[in-house]
Design a binder for this molecule. Structure first.
Ligand SMILES: C[S@@+](CC[C@H](N)C(=O)[O-])C[C@H]1O[C@@H](n2cnc3c(N)ncnc32)[C@H](O)[C@@H]1O
Length: 310
């Protein structure tokens, strides 16, 4: 099954979306992504008919404006992306800088889509003035207009009239979630958090996030969080505290390209933390957590190893 991904995005969970979905109930009334980015989990869930409705939220307003165009006006954004893309031919390098200046003045969604399709590692980066400042990847022209149109139209069809779009701080979204929802959270990578973080417009603080999770646990809201990880035996980021009573599973995210470049063969694993109410739902429906729990001797630590290979 080919899953469309209209918004190229660094840190997208596109490649491991199916593995994450293994820990979700077979069907849910609403999937909420407070840190949506390219909304890889919502798209994969919509493709697999795993939820009826979706809430796509991200603190970055231009990203949500782009989402609105993709879902509600696919003809217009496809056409406009096509025009911006075609106009680059023969002058790709200078043209990227021109569009970047134009985007920083007008925040036009078609310009933003083109910048994401052409910039280094599809990374959203800002300077101290809050302007998008990533550079072009001069080996790529960005997805061709026909391919982009297919992605846009397919996603629009999947999410039209089923997705609520907003640009709030994640805490506001979490306060509005109920135990009818399933919340998937993929906050900014901890290595780039803090006051100097220029990759994201939203503010993110580890302790504040833990308090929000604690509150969700007390309200019995089902959730899963992608947080830390490891490459071989080297850990990245801070683990979520055991006091939250979450179950941690590891998902294999594939070979580390950096280790491969250095001549080592190492695999990267990403942690997925599962809330107590999601765990008990999974146990009742015997989805992935239940079977890895049976296989795993570390059950008492709430620290399960999941040997999923992507
Ligand atoms: C790691 S990315 C999510 C990637 C996403 N899972 C995907 O598949 O593309 C984290 C996202 O959180 C957003 N963000 C950062 N701080 C936020 C906040 N305080 N509230 C809401 N969103 C925030 C960023 O703009 C960014 O898009």
């Amino acid at each position: 099954m080919r899953v469309p991904q209209p918004i190229p995005y660094q840190g997208s969970k596109r490649k491991i979306a199916q593995e994450i979905l293994r820990f979700f109930p077979p069907s849910t009334s609403r999937i909420v992504e407070p840190f949506a980015g390219s909304a890889a989990i919502s798209i994969a869930a919509a493709m697999g008919k795993r939820a009826t409705n979706f809430w796509i939220n991200d603190a970055h307003q231009p990203l949500i404006t782009l989402w609105k165009e993709i879902i509600e006006r696919p003809h217009l954004i496809s056409e406009r992306y096509g025009s911006v893309w075609e106009a680059q031919l023969g002058k790709e390098r200078d043209y990227f800088n021109e569009i970047r200046c134009r985007f920083n003045e007008s925040a036009d969604p078609a310009d933003f889509l083109y910048l994401l399709a052409r910039c280094v590692k599809a990374g959203v980066r800002f300077n101290s003035k809050g302007e998008f400042n990533n550079s072009p990847d001069n080996r790529r022209k960005g997805a061709r207009p026909e391919e982009m149109s297919w992605r846009i139209f397919t996603v629009s069809k999947l999410l039209k009239q089923r997705a609520l779009l907003s640009s709030h701080d994640y805490k506001k979204v979490l306060r509005a979630c109920t135990n009818e929802d399933l919340v998937y959270m993929d906050p900014p990578y901890q290595g780039v958090c803090g006051t100097k973080d220029n990759r994201y417009v939203g503010r993110f603080d580890h302790d504040e996030f833990c308090s929000s999770l604690d509150e969700l646990v007390r309200r019995n809201v089902m959730f899963a969080v992608s947080y830390d990880g490891r490459t071989g035996s080297k850990f990245h980021g801070v683990r979520l505290p055991k006091t939250l009573d979450l179950t941690r599973v590891e998902i294999c995210a594939g070979r580390s390209t950096q280790a491969t470049l250095l001549g080592r063969s190492q695999t990267t694993f990403e942690s997925l933390y599962i809330s107590p109410s999601l765990l008990s739902y999974c146990e009742q429906t015997r989805c992935a957590v239940a079977s890895s729990r049976e296989l795993n001797p570390m059950e008492n630590h709430k620290d399960l190893f999941c040997s999923i290979q992507t």
